[in-house]
Design a protein around this ligand. Structure first.
Ligand SMILES: [Zn+2]
Length: 216
């Protein structure tokens, strides 16, 4: 799952607008940002198998980023950071934590059984990646529903709303690039490309926060 994760960020911003948008956007992929870093330094393990349907990822070892207890810890840490470092209101900090936690739930739908329930032991995943068309429809559908909620909320707040469609265009563009022109080369190139996409989306969200602040 890639852009589908941002549905959680959009929905959170619609429900709880007091947190800056970038915290939700980074939060939605915080677990994958950590995963990319841990893979690059060799702590977590993955490889690519182009024969697999839908998505070539073979995620053989990632207990520290995608284990269920690990994600709970990341979510708690993000919520605490939002509350005490960024000084967000309590409800907004909880929303940031929930967005981080949502990553596991959404990954559970699409991953093949590679999500550890603990730091070892059984791994789970419903495996929608094996059915690329419905999987893409799921991601785009989640994004469309959340974007509608967000756009509606922003309309109520009296924002002009040009940045909303632009953000969606950016996400869909990134998704299309990942489908039509998957990074060639090995696993490290693929991980670096993913990490760049997560950081680009977060940077764009931060810029949107700045435009909004100026517009106020
Ligand atoms: Zn993930």
């Amino acid at each position: 799952m890639f852009v589908g994760h941002y549905a959680a960020a959009l929905a959170a911003k619609a429900v709880q607008p007091k947190a800056p948008f970038w915290t939700y956007v980074l939060g939605a992929q915080a677990v994958d940002v950590a995963w990319a870093v841990l893979v690059l330094v060799g702590v977590e393990k993955m490889s690519l198998d182009p024969r697999l349907p839908g998505n070539p990822l073979v995620l053989s070892y990632m207990p520290y980023t995608h284990g269920l207890p690990a994600v709970a810890a990341w979510a708690l840490a993000a919520g605490l950071a939002a509350r005490f470092l960024l000084k967000l209101p309590r409800a907004a900090a909880i929303a940031v934590g929930l967005v981080v936690a949502s990553h596991w739930g959404l990954d559970f739908l699409v991953h093949r059984p590679d999500l550890p329930l603990g730091f070892g032991g059984p791994k789970v995943g419903l495996g929608w990646w094996n059915h690329p068309a419905p999987e893409q429809a799921l991601e785009m559908g989640l994004l469309a529903v959340a974007a509608t909620a967000w756009g509606w909320r922003r309309g109520l707040q009296g924002h002009s709303g040009w940045t909303t469609p632009l953000f969606i265009v950016l996400l869909v563009g990134l998704q299309l690039v990942s489908i039509l022109a998957p990074p060639t080369g090995g696993a490290p190139q693929m991980v670096i490309a993913s990490l760049s996409a997560y950081l680009l989306a977060a940077l764009f969200a931060w810029l949107m926060d700045q435009t909004e602040r100026r517009g106020r």
